[in-house]
Design a protein around this ligand. Structure first.
Ligand SMILES: [Zn+2]
Length: 185
């Protein structure tokens, strides 16, 4: 049985759009990173990946809440073993930078996977390590029955991070992939 990884490219073009910075749009960056990650996993024996947005124009739901619900329902119906939501962080303070992974609780089965993914992003992209943090309020973490995590790749509002989000989209996918392989085999 293959390990089934559901890759949620957070946000849409349109409703539930993400953050913006330096001409970059979160929904477009995370779409591409998710596609690269799905390709890497689907070319690995023992893994199967499904993305929430097969095309960059795929819109899930008709507002923020239904968009999140559609992603969780899709993963559940598919029988995902793990749910990985990909995002870019944003702040009104342009000095805020770095990578972070969010999980529902420190008892989550996804905790070691979250640590492995974060370590690989920091090692391979050179971003600041903002830690694995607990956030039980996030819909995609609290409404998923399978182990889930949310990756904040870097800050789209910080100039150095934004350059990485612009130029190193494959490298972010590779780092997440490497973290998955280190933890899950
Ligand atoms: Zn986001």
């Amino acid at each position: 049985m293959a390990i089934k990884i559901y890759i949620d490219q957070g946000h849409n073009r349109g409703v539930n759009a993400g953050a913006e910075g330096f001409g970059l749009y979160e929904q477009d960056v995370v779409w591409q990173v998710g596609m690269y990650l799905a390709d890497l996993l689907n070319n690995t024996p023992g893994y199967e990946a499904k993305v929430s947005r097969p095309t960059i124009d795929t819109v899930l739901g008709y507002n923020a809440t239904t968009s999140l619900a559609a992603r969780v329902a899709d993963a559940t119906n598919w029988g995902a073993d793990y749910f990985i939501s990909i995002h870019a962080n944003a702040s009104t303070n342009p000095s805020y930078n770095g990578s972070e992974v969010l999980i529902y609780s420190n008892l989550s089965q996804s905790f070691p996977l979250a640590e492995a993914i974060l370590q690989q992003i920091v090692a391979e992209l050179g971003t600041k390590n903002n830690g694995v943090n607990i956030n039980p309020r996030l819909y995609v973490l609290r409404r998923t029955a399978m182990p889930s995590l949310l990756v904040e790749l870097a800050f789209i509002t910080n100039p150095q991070d934004a350059e990485k989000l612009r130029n190193n989209q494959f490298d972010f996918a590779q780092a997440i992939y490497d973290g998955i392989r280190i933890e899950l085999g």
